[in-house]
Write a protein that binds this ligand. Structure first.
Ligand code: NAD
Length: 490
């Protein structure tokens, strides 16, 4: 049984009230770890430590090349513990090894990317009238509160921690209460590479207590949050007291548009990957497939045939192609959406049930589920289900496809499949979404900005934009002629 503690000011701690929370393997329903259940007081202490450390300059005033050297060491350690981290990620989140394996590699490379970026030129000079010289510099924001979800426990943590630390901030980080295992291992790595005490602090615990304190505290200068849109709205409200900077990566209901002239098998294959990888628990999941009417029936038949063949099982079985859902509570939510779909009159083309056979009965497994004959107003078309559930809609032409694609409150991602390059780009440019793909779905790069339009968020992770989120911008105007202005006569 793993015993997970919080990390505050370079020390491993239980929570003040000594409470623990069970951490469950979603493939077996077994408790394999217990995590300290932090309190508001624990969060306050971590914030105070982060504030004091920021003001000391011990990290923010370190030459960027030195901060970068810590980040490179962290990346190397992630590589060194790659296999252990992969196994832990699978136990905690349920994702198959091949998915966890990619996440761990990306996490190491994210640290490398920001280690490199922070030593590169930034800022600007701008031309103004003599005798003034003007320039722009970037500075750390201060104390950054980082709150992450459970679907990529390590990677979502790293998308925030790497740029926030590279920029010279100090941080108070909260993992999801459902998946604190690999984030804890990451903080062990921070300790191992000798990251100065108080720079990175981790408080575990519930969102409405610990998370809310981080979002609300006047000693936190920025809150960077990834999670559901409803929680994101709470964060915005909580952050208003001291007008802290916010960055929100929220939910989605992303369209994947398949034109009749696409390469058929390629489109089916990527569309399956778009929704069923991560068991559909991916913010950018292609959970609405829009198919041109002339190939609609053929597409549905082939898609359903392939969906039925997906090998669902525990993530540590090498034959597994799709793992369980992350928790019993989340499984119940997904199953309730399947019921909503049936009640709304959508036709279930396959799936729809919990899987309880072949030794999977204690885990939280749900069949790949496909709904057809849906209308745009249905809840299963509008709301994020965050599970292996997809709706397949029919469209008439390009204009109709764009209208349907943009017809939700979300705007995170979207894909287009066609061999007509001009049409692909025309459609992508009309999509109100921040992450888009042509003839592919899901590939994500540390170098490219990640984030949504509309209610899918504010700001961007990754790439140069992801670093700028964690920086303030300052203009400096210098008078090269040091003499009075003489504006007033006396
Ligand atoms: P969630 O919103 O329930 O929780 C996310 C985090 O917020 C957790 O750490 C939780 O403890 C904390 N939290 C909950 N209530 C809070 C409150 N009142 N104040 C402060 N913190 C609070 O989300 P989840 O169920 O963990 O994750 C799934 C969601 O995350 C989906 O909607 C998914 O689309 C989204 N997501 C978005 C992205 C993206 O990049 N846009 C990436 C991954 C996941």
């Amino acid at each position: 049984m793993l015993d997970l503690k919080m990390y505050i000011n370079g020390e491993w701690r239980d929570s003040r009230n000594k409470e623990k929370r069970d951490v469950i393997n979603p493939a077996t329903g077994e408790v394999f770890a217990q995590a300290a259940e932090g309190t508001v007081e624990d969060a306050k202490e971590a914030i105070e430590v982060a504030k004091r450390t920021f003001e000391s300059g011990a990290w923010s005033e370190l030459p960027p090349i030195e901060r970068a050297s810590y980040l490179f060491k962290i990346a190397d350690k992630i590589d060194e513990y790659h296999d252990e981290l992969t196994k832990l990620e699978t136990m905690d989140n349920g994702k198959p090894h091949r998915e966890a394996d990619g996440d761990i590699t990306d996490a190491a490379n994210c640290f490398r990317y920001y280690a490199g970026l922070i030593t590169k030129p930034d800022g600007q000079t701008y031309h103004v009238a003599d005798p003034m010289q003007a320039m722009v510099v970037r500075e750390p924001v201060g104390v950054c509160g980082l709150i992450v979800p459970w679907n990529y426990p390590l990677l979502m943590s790293v998308w925030k921690l790497a740029p926030a630390l590279a920029a010279g901030n100090t941080v108070v980080f909260k993992p999801s209460e459902v998946t604190p295992v690999t984030p804890t291992k990451l903080f062990e790595i921070f300790e191992e590479v000798g990251l100065p005490k108080g720079v990175a602090n981790m408080v575990m615990g519930a969102g409405p207590t610990v998370g809310n304190e981080i979002a609300e505290s006047h000693d936190v200068d920025m809150v960077s949050f990834t999670g559901g849109t409803k929680t994101g709205k709470h964060i915005m409200k909580a952050a208003v007291g001291n007008m802290k900077k916010i960055s929100l990566e929220l939910g989605g209901k992303s369209p994947n548009i398949i034109f009749a002239d696409s390469d058929f098998e390629t489109a089916v294959d990527w569309a399956l990957f778009g929704i069923f990888s991560g068991s559909g628990q991916v913010c950018s999941a292609g959970s609405r497939i829009l198919v041109e009417e002339s190939i609609y029936d053929k597409f549905v038949d082939r898609f359903v045939e392939r969906a039925k063949q997906i090998n669902v099982g525990p993530g540590d079985d090498e034959n597994t192609e799709m793992g369980p859902l992350v928790s019993e509570q989340h499984m119940e939510k997904v199953l309730s959406y399947i019921n909503i779909g049936k009640e709304e009159g959508a036709r279930l083309a396959c799936g729809g049930n919990r899987i309880t056979k072949d030794g999977l009965e204690k885990g939280y497994f749900v069949e790949p589920t496909v709904f057809v004959d849906v209308t745009p107003d249905m809840r299963i078309v509008q709301e994020e289900i965050f599970g292996p559930v997809v709706v397949i809609q029919k469209f008439k032409d390009e204009e109709d496809a764009i209208k349907l694609a943009n017809g939700t409150d979300y705007g995170l991602a979207g894909g287009v499949f066609t061999v007509d390059g001009a049409k692909a780009l025309r459609v992508i440019k009309k999509l109100r979404a921040g992450i888009t793909w042509i003839n592919t779905y899901h590939p994500t790069y540390n170098e490219a900005p990640w984030g949504g339009y509309k209610q899918s968020g504010i700001g961007r992770s990754l790439g140069t934009f992801g670093l700028e989120e964690f920086q303030e911008i300052k203009q400096i105007n210098i008078n090269l002629q040091v003499e009075p202005i003489g504006w007033f006569s006396k």
